[in-house]
Design a binder for this molecule. Structure first.
Ligand code: 1GP
Length: 249
């Protein structure tokens, strides 16, 4: 079964899925096994690995190491650039930054990466990536040189989501940005959910299980948390996030 199909099944069975994003720059090799195990025990459905600005030159080795501890949970690359590929991963979100007007991030980088992904036999899951304004300039916004969609104009976000659906993207990722001041507003999630059937991944600045639950109630199919679990004091929150997100238990 493909990773994509597994994710769809999770959505059907649990109501929504929980994805933990791991930034290789922020995790030491010594703490990695415990962080992964904590996520698995908490009930995470899959791990995303990557970031919009990644400094580690050891991405491939990091993924290889990751796979030793992730058991049956898919490890999916969430790439910030063409250098973030690894044959050790289970799949890659094949992103196009559809909210932007920078041709490099709409199609250029993808054309460079596609033959490598093909050679690695990596499952590519086409994902429309929509950056949503979140209060401050985020790394994704700065690094991509694109403007996010206005958070108070759901109709603009809906137009982009419809475009993603008509293009045939498998997922739409609504992104506030790593460590966003404000997460993606429920108004935008529900407006998009009302118009398109493509499953919605929502991430960026989600800090509490209650906030995650609100996103699910508004129509998110998958919730991503990253920063909040990077603090060792917050590890217990993974369980609460999973419980809030898995509405069907
Ligand atoms: C960032 O959506 C992810 O790309 C997760 O964001 O780190 O703010 O949870 P946080």
């Amino acid at each position: 079964m493909t990773v994509y199909q597994r994710l769809l099944n999770i959505q059907t069975q649990k109501g929504a899925g929980y994805l933990i994003l791991i930034d290789p720059d922020k995790i030491s090799p010594a703490t990695l096994p415990a962080i992964i195990e904590n996520g698995i025990q908490a009930g995470v459905d899959a791990f995303l690995v990557g970031g919009s600005l990644l400094l580690t030159p050891h991405f491939d080795a990091f993924i290889e190491q990751f796979k030793k501890y992730s058991k049956d949970r898919p490890v999916i690359i969430f790439p910030g650039g063409v250098h973030q590929v690894s044959r050790h991963a289970d799949a890659i979100l094949f992103l196009s930054l559809l909210s932007g007007r920078n041709p490099d991030h709409l199609i250029g980088t993808q054309v460079l990466a596609a033959p490598i992904i093909h050679q690695m036999k990596l499952e590519a899951i086409s994902t429309a990536y929509l950056l949503i304004e979140s209060g401050e300039v985020t790394s994704a916004e700065f690094m991509s040189g694109t403007r996010p969609l206005p958070r108070k104009k759901p109709e603009i976000a809906v137009a982009h989501a419809l475009t993603a659906e008509y293009f045939g993207f498998k997922f739409i990722y609504l992104e506030g940005g790593s460590g966003a001041k404000h997460s993606v507003p429920e108004e935008i999630i529900s407006a998009i959910n009302h118009h398109v059937k493509v499953p919605l991944i929502v991430g960026g600045g989600i800090r509490t299980p209650e906030e995650a639950l609100q996103k699910v109630a508004a129509g998110a199919s998958f919730i991503v948390t990253g920063n909040v679990l990077e603090k060792s004091d917050n590890q217990h929150l993974a369980h609460d996030f999973a419980a809030a997100i898995h509405q069907k238990g």
